[in-house]
Design a binder for this molecule. Structure first.
Ligand SMILES: C[S@@+](CC[C@H](N)C(=O)[O-])C[C@H]1O[C@@H](n2cnc3c(N)ncnc32)[C@H](O)[C@@H]1O
Ligand code: SF4
Ligand code: SF4
Length: 420
C-alpha cells in the first residue's frame, strides 16, 4: 500500500484543514525530566502538551481508534506523543504501532520523542512504515541542556547536570542521523525558552539541518505551574517570529503547531469533541485486552477498607465488580486463599481462584507470584489506599498512579500527556 505522506496535517501546511490526527495516549512514563513539563494535571479545557484525560493499553487504543475513525473519517495520521515518552514505554508503543499497522494499512504512523531511547527501535519503525518521527532537541550545547533537563534516566542509571545533557544530546543527534539513513521523515521540535536557549536555537537549526532533518518546529515554551521554569515568561510573538525567520535559512519551518495534548484528536487547533472524549473514556474502562472477559478485580486487605496487605500474607481475596448500569462498584465475593507453602503451585492455585479478575491489588508482592499471575493474564498492581477509590478508578479507566507505590520513587512516572 502506497502511503500518502502529503496528508500529514503537521508536516504539510496545506493538509491541516482537510486531515486530522489522533494521538493514542499509551506512553505515560518519561525517561527524562524537562524543566518546563508537568504531566500531572488534566483539565479538559486545557490544550497543552503533556496532558491526557485517560491512559490506554495498546488493545484499548486499537478499540478507541476503530471508534474514532467512525466519528472522524478524515483522520489520516495516528501518532504516539506521550503523555510521557514513547520509548520510555517502548513495549506499549511498539505493540500499539503493530496493532494499528495491521488493522489500518493505509494510516500514516507518527511518533514524537525526546530521542533518548529512540535508536534501538528505528529498524522496527522502518519495518512498520512509521513515516514521520519528531525529536524534541532544545540544545546542542550540553551547558545549555543542563539548564533545561533536571535528570535523564537511561539503562537503569540516573544522570544529572552536564553529564545528563551530554548523554541526551548525543543520543538525539545519533538517532536523527539514523532516522534519515532509514529514509524516515524527521521533524525537530525546539522549545523556545526565553533567557535559556532563545539565543541558541539558530545553532540547533544549523546542526540538525546538517544531519538531514526535514523540518523545524520552533515552538514557544508554554508556562506551566509546578515546574522549575514556572517563573519564566512565555516568549513574545516577535521573538518567536524572529527565530523562525532566522532558522528558515537552514530548514523549512512548521509554524502552525498547536502544542497539542497527548490525547488530541481531529483537525489541529480544534478542541476534542465531547463524543470523541466519551469514546476515549469508554475504551479506558475496558479490560486491558478488550477481547478478554475478566469482569472483576481482586484485592488483598487486612480489614476490608484499605489495600494494605502483602500478597504472601493474604488469607482471603476480596473480589469487586462494577455494575455497568449504575457505574457503582461493590464487593461480590470473599474467597479463602490456598494454604501457605507449595511454592509455585500455591500461586498457580491463586491464579485459578481469581481467574475471572483482570488485576490483583495488594500493598506488596514477590517476584515469583507476580510472574505466575502475569503469565495467567492477571496484572499485579502494588498500591496503597482506600479500596473503593482504587477499584472505582480502575473500573472507570482513571489514572490512579498517585496510589501506586512506585510513583513515589520517581517523580516522572506522574500523570499526563502531549506531542510534538
Ligand atoms: C509532552 S511531549 C511528549 C513527547 C516526548 N516526550 C517529547 O518530549 O518530545 C510533546 C511535546 O510537548 C513539548 N512540551 C512539553 N511541555 C511543554 C511546555 N510547557 N511548553 C512547550 N512545549 C512543551 C515537548 O517538548 C515535546 O516537544
Ligand atoms: S514528556 Fe517529553 S516534554 Fe515531558 S519531561 Fe518527558 S521528554 Fe520532557
Ligand atoms: S503538537 Fe504540533 S506537531 Fe504535534 S500533533 Fe499537534 S500540531 Fe502536530
Amino acid at each position: 500500500m502506497q502511503l500518502k505522506l502529503e496528508n500529514h496535517p503537521c508536516f504539510n501546511d496545506s493538509a491541516r484543514h482537510k486531515f486530522g490526527r489522533i494521538h493514542l495516549p499509551v506512553a505515560p512514563k518519561c525517561n527524562i525530566q524537562c524543566n518546563y513539563c508537568n504531566r500531572k494535571f488534566d483539565c479538559m479545557n486545557e490544550n497543552r502538551p503533556g496532558v491526557s484525560s485517560r491512559l490506554l493499553s495498546p488493545g484499548q487504543a486499537l478499540h478507541y481508534l476503530k471508534q474514532a475513525v467512525l466519528l472522524s473519517p478524515n483522520i489520516s495520521v495516528v501518532g504516539i506523543a506521550g503523555p510521557g515518552d514513547p520509548f520510555a514505554n517502548s513495549e506499549e508503543t511498539m505493540e500499539t504501532l503493530r496493532l494499528v499497522r495491521k488493522e489500518f494499512p493505509e494510516m500514516l504512523l507518527c511518533v514524537a520523542t525526546n530521542g533518548l531511547n529512540l535508536m534501538p527501535f528505528i529498524p522496527e519503525l522502518k519495518e512498520l512504515e512509521v513515516s514521520h518521527v519528531t525529536i524534541t532537541i532544545n540544545a546542542i550545547d550540553p551547558a545549555i541542556g543542563a539548564e533545561i533537563y533536571a535528570w535523564v534516566r537511561h539503562e537503569k542509571r540516573m544522570h544529572r547536570d552536564i553529564e545528563a545533557a551530554e548523554l541526551l544530546i548525543g543520543n538525539q543527534l545519533a538517532a536523527l542521523s539514523a532516522l534519515k539513513a532509514a529514509g524516515i521523515t524527521a521533524k525537530v521540535n525546539t522549545i523556545i525558552i526565553p533567557g535559556v536557549n532563545d539565543r541558541h536555537v539558530l545553532a540547533v537549526a544549523e546542526k540538525v539541518s546538517e544531519l538531514g532533518a526535514d523540518i523545524l518546529n520552533c515552538l514557544p515554551y508554554y508556562n506551566t505551574k509546578e515546574t522549575v521554569f514556572e517563573n519564566i515568561e512565555e516568549p513574545p510573538a516577535d521573538m518567536v517570529a524572529d527565530i523562525q525567520k532566522a532558522t528558515s535559512a537552514f530548514l523549512p519551518q512548521m509554524k502552525h503547531c498547536a502544542r497539542c495534548r497527548a490525547d488530541a484528536v481531529g483537525i489541529i487547533g480544534e478542541m476534542n469533541s465531547e463524543a470523541m472524549t466519551e469514546k476515549l473514556h469508554e475504551a479506558a474502562r475496558l479490560p486491558k485486552n478488550p477481547s478478554e472477559t475478566r469482569p472483576y478485580l481482586a484485592v488483598t486487605s487486612l480489614e476490608g477498607v484499605l489495600v494494605n496487605q502483602h500478597l504472601g500474607d493474604a488469607d482471603r481475596f476480596l473480589v469487586y465488580g462494577m455494575d455497568p448500569a449504575t457505574g457503582t462498584c461493590s464487593l461480590i465475593d470473599s474467597r479463602p486463599a490456598p494454604k501457605p507453602g507449595g511454592g509455585q503451585h500455591r500461586w498457580e492455585a491463586v491464579a485459578d481462584l481469581i481467574g475471572d479478575c483482570r488485576a490483583l491489588l495488594c500493598s506488596s508482592a514477590g517476584d515469583s507470584p507476580t510472574k505466575v499471575l502475569n503469565t495467567k493474564g492477571i496484572e499485579v498492581m502494588v498500591l496503597e489506599g482506600v479500596i473503593e477509590d482504587a477499584v472505582t478508578g480502575l473500573f472507570k479507566g482513571e489514572d490512579i498512579r498517585h496510589m501506586t507505590r512506585n510513583s513515589r520513587k520517581h517523580a516522572c512516572s506522574g500523570t499526563g500527556g502531549g506531542c510534538g
